[in-house]
Design a binder for this molecule. Structure first.
Ligand code: BGC
Ligand code: CA
Length: 437
């Protein structure tokens, strides 16, 4: 039922995408293209840039979507901060379903060897990144839905960590059952935990490494599969325990080290098309600064030939959000994903510096120690900033407090545009407040 709905929505979205890209330009781009559009950002010419108020400068939220961390409800005030505000992320539900299916397919294909202690129960443990991050929530749900361990709470799959559930009595999850070749197996979520360190950093790889050591010391023989909301935590668990034990471990992000580990028994990962996301993050700013249609070089080829197709992303107009699509990376195709920092070829053409003069962008990463953002996303941004003639100042946060980052946005007037990756998805106002002063 839910799956059908999601598919319908996806179809509707791609239809509206076609409609957008083929049809007339948006109101915003038309105001920019007529010189009388005095209410637009006024950023269409270089000379004007310095006079644009900070509150009117292009702003892109990325990787952490402004939203309520308890309900997941989007923060539309932040997403509509000004006419040139967007979010760039990836399709969390499509990716989560893909991750769950990848794990299930692996279990089915390896059913003869997967149950290590032969008790008829396929036990898995799950590393949760951040209980208040909608991408993390989606991935936890995707795994539980696919493995039949999901329990509904308030009309949706409960994504709460179980702590330990070795006896199968948890009310947050239930035992699933999987029938393969006429035999029925029980699937049990033995343990799950939010990987947050004592200082408050979420998605914490070291915490995940400690957790697998604790879990394996008390019920290691029951663990047949390790699943993680991301590769940073997944690789930490793999290196600490599962690699030596030959226990398949699944992550998310397709960081280079995780993809390479597939050759050594890492079960698989999901590419969230960071090469497309990093491009979109900077491209929407470039377009807004140039005063051109926002989909230039996105759905519509630019003069250098840069263009994306609907296989790579969807745009949701109402949510002001670009979502990259996900691809499963497994033993079958990992050779094509070994370097996660290579730009996406269809959007790797240099923009002309005379047509697109250098602009200054302030960009922050919520946690300089986050594996995905530091090892995959930022290196990509640093390649695209050259191609798009943007001079980007990169600020790395500590993953714990917003002020550690906002303290370094003392003079927003120095920049033409902003790209923001919040510590907590609730905290958009900490940034927009500064830009509104
Ligand atoms: C990534 C995680 C990362 C998180 C940070 C997610 O999209 O998959 O690896 O830690 O973003 O916000
Ligand atoms: Ca077992």
């Amino acid at each position: 039922m839910k799956k059908a709905l999601a598919l319908t929505l996806a179809a509707a979205m791609s239809l509206s995408l076609v409609a957008c890209s083929g049809g007339t330009s948006t109101s915003q781009s038309s105001s920019a293209s007529t010189s009388t559009g005095s209410t637009s950002t006024g950023s269409s010419s270089a000379a004007q840039t310095s006079t644009v108020a900070n509150k009117d400068k292009p702003l892109v939220w990325f990787n952490r979507q402004p939203s309520n961390s308890s309900t997941g409800e989007l923060d539309m005030t932040a997403l509509n901060f000004n006419a040139n505000t967007y979010y760039v992320g990836f399709d969390a539900n499509q990716g989560a379903e893909l991750q769950g299916t990848m794990v299930k397919d692996y279990i089915e294909a390896n059913i003869d060897t997967i149950d290590r202690n032969g008790d008829g129960i396929i036990g898995y443990v799950l590393a949760i990144g951040d209980i208040g991050h909608n991408d993390s929530i989606a991935r936890t749900r995707g795994v539980r839905n696919a493995l039949g361990t999901a329990v509904e709470a308030n009309g949706e799959t409960d994504s709460t960590p179980v702590g330990t559930n070795t006896d199968g009595t948890s009310t947050i999850v239930k035992d699933g059952s999987l029938e393969v070749n006429g035999t029925t197996y029980t699937v049990r979520e033995l343990a799950s935990q939010e990987m947050k360190n004592s200082a408050g950093a979420t998605w914490d790889a070291a915490t995940a490494g400690n957790a697998i050591n604790t879990w394996s010391a008390s019920f290691g023989d029951s663990i047949d599969v390790v699943v993680s909301n991301n590769d940073g935590m997944g690789m930490s668990m793999f290196n600490a325990w599962s690699k030596d034990q030959g226990v398949p471990t699944f992550g998310y992000d397709a960081n280079s080290d995780a993809v390479a580990a597939i050759a050594e028994g890492y079960g698989g990962t999901i590419s969230q098309h960071a090469d497309v996301q990093a491009y979109l993050t900077l491209r929407v700013l470039r377009n807004a600064l140039d005063g051109v249609d926002i989909n230039t070089g996105i759905s519509v080829a630019d003069e250098a030939g840069n263009v994306l197709s609907e296989n790579e992303y969807v745009y949701n107009e109402e949510e002001r959000s670009y979502y990259a699509l996900n691809v499963a990376v497994t033993a079958e195709n990992y050779q094509d994903y070994l370097d996660s920092t290579v730009t996406f070829a269809p959007v790797s053409n240099q923009l002309d510096a005379a047509e697109h003069p250098t602009k200054k962008v302030w960009l922050n990463i919520y946690n300089a120690a986050d594996n995905f953002l530091s090892a995959t996303y930022q290196p990509l941004l640093q390649k695209y900033d050259d191609l798009l003639n943007l001079e980007v100042e990169y600020i790395g946060g500590d993953g714990q407090t917003e002020s550690n980052i906002t303290n370094r946005l003392g003079n927003p007037s120095q920049y033409d545009a902003f790209a923001i990756n919040m510590v907590k998805t609730d905290n958009a106002a900490s940034y927009t407040g500064l830009l509104s002063q």
